[in-house]
Design a protein around this ligand. Structure first.
Ligand SMILES: Cc1cc2nc3c(=O)[nH]c(=O)nc-3n(C[C@H](O)[C@H](O)[C@H](O)COP(=O)(O)OP(=O)(O)OC[C@H]3O[C@@H](n4cnc5c(N)ncnc54)[C@H](O)[C@@H]3O)c2cc1C
Length: 399
């Protein structure tokens, strides 16, 4: 069986769904088909994903314009300030929303909530979502990009977005080389609760086991405050921590994080995410465009992977609208040139700064401790630089 769609999206993770929605909002008449290999259980893209995403202000305004934020806002935790510190060392700094004259530096949403809202909006916009359908191969039929499913169906499209996450074998099929750097580290992700009311403070703490991000979640009750924690540790530490019962793990976490929020009351289910760095040498070839983690997989230390994808989704939707206005083909190099130039600059900035942070805060040793402590101390002393750092992280540079 063969069919054709205007835009075909492979992968219904947060990136695939966001690109589908952005394109549908900007181009209401477009015919978009999205294939996802896993079933969308309970209406949510991945109910087992315990991660949260820190969204910058630019991402929030995009979600607003796509009709998603109004349903998500009540489930989002506002970040009013960020406390950055290094366990056992002198440097620390606080970046505040007030300094930037905004009500929040960003918001934290649980991935299953965000996924649910994206899925509902995609359905509402008339995007054809097929799941579970696994793509088994990519090819071009007389110059037109095409995919094959495991059931032997062939779908051709004007433009195929590959949003299938970290899947290097796909790149070989496209003839695109990939720089893949697995790290010996794993992100341990879990929710934790502390006594008292949510103040909206996020914490980035550098520990001997690796960076620890503690992000405020929406409050469920006034008796405690919930946080989403991302702790990047070595693979062997992740295995050791994985074997501990909740009580023993809670003690390790308390010891590393300290007592800024009081006693850790409870820790939830822990999930593990292998950390790797991946970038493709090309993002577009023969009608196939790589997006999301398939195009750039970043260390989560700066929480920028999804933010970058949302920004790119907005830019691509605009590029498609421009091409359609000129009656130009949407899947050709000329129509995507501006988009590709824009994202290449964007990616260089975000990827380089994320890599620098990951290197600075993952390595241990006195030679690196000095610049790390000095940079935190300096940031605390120089409000102008601190504002600059905060405004890059919040996405305000796009305003
Ligand atoms: C621990 C951690 C914390 C993070 N925190 C943040 C944060 O705070 N802020 C931020 O901006 N970013 C963050 N990120 C990054 C962010 O999670 C990702 O950028 C985001 O999830 C986008 O992923 P994706 O949709 O590209 O890929 P994936 O989530 O991997 O989705 C790919 C989808 O494609 C499907 N698929 C794969 N193969 C096929 C096939 N053959 N056929 C059909 N479908 C297929 C898969 O089933 C899957 O659903 C974090 C990442 C990690 C690891």
């Amino acid at each position: 069986m063969t069919s054709h769609s205007q835009v075909l999206i492979l992968g219904g993770g947060l990136a695939g769904l966001s690109f589908a929605i952005a394109i549908a909002c900007e181009n209401p008449d477009s015919d978009i088909v999205l294939l996802e290999a896993s079933p969308f259980r309970s209406g949510s893209p991945n109910p087992l994903d315990t991660r949260g995403s820190a969204l910058n202000l630019h991402s929030v305004s995009l979600l607003e314009s796509w009709g998603i934020w109004s349903g998500l806002r009540s489930a989002a935790g506002a970040i009013r300030d960020i406390h950055v510190s290094h366990r056992g060392h002198f440097g620390s700094t606080v970046m505040t929303a007030a300094e930037l004259d905004v009500s929040a530096l960003g918001y934290v949403v649980e991935n299953h909530e965000l996924g649910q809202q994206l899925l509902a909006r995609a359905t509402q916009l008339g995007i054809t979502i097929r799941s579970p359908v696994r793509c088994s191969g990519l090819r071009t039929d007389a110059g037109t990009p095409a995919i094959e499913t495991e059931e032997g169906e062939v779908i051709t499209a004007d433009l195929v977005l590959v949003a299938a996450g970290v899947a290097p074998d796909w790149f070989a099929q496209l003839g695109i080389s990939v720089l893949e750097r697995p790290t010996p580290n794993t992100a341990l992700v879990f929710n934790a609760s502390f006594p008292g009311q949510q103040s909206g403070r996020a914490f980035e703490r550098f520990t001997e086991n690796g960076p620890l991000a503690v992000l405020p979640l929406q409050t469920l009750s006034h008796a405690d405050q919930r946080y989403n924690v991302v702790w990047s540790v070595s693979n062997s530490t992740a295995t050791t921590f994985g074997d501990l019962d909740d009580e023993a793990f809670r003690n390790h976490f308390q010891d590393a994080f300290g007592w800024r929020l009081g006693r850790v009351q409870a820790v939830g289910r822990r999930s593990q995410w292998p950390l790797m760095r991946l970038s493709a040498s090309e993002q577009f070839r023969a009608g196939f465009l790589l997006v999301g983690n398939a195009a750039h997989t970043l260390h989560p230390v700066a929480g920028q992977g999804l933010n970058l994808s949302l920004r790119e989704a907005g830019l691509l939707a605009q590029a498609i609208a421009d091409a359609q206005q000129r009656s130009a083909a949407i899947g050709c190099c000329a129509s995507l040139k501006t988009y590709l130039d824009q994202v290449s600059d964007e990616q260089r900035l975000v990827v380089d700064s994320t890599d620098a942070l990951a290197i600075l805060f993952n390595r241990r040793g006195p030679l690196l401790d000095v610049p790390r402590d000095a940079s935190l101390a300096l940031l605390d002393l120089l409000p102008a630089i601190r504002q600059q750092v905060a405004s890059v992280g919040t996405g305000r540079r796009y305003a």
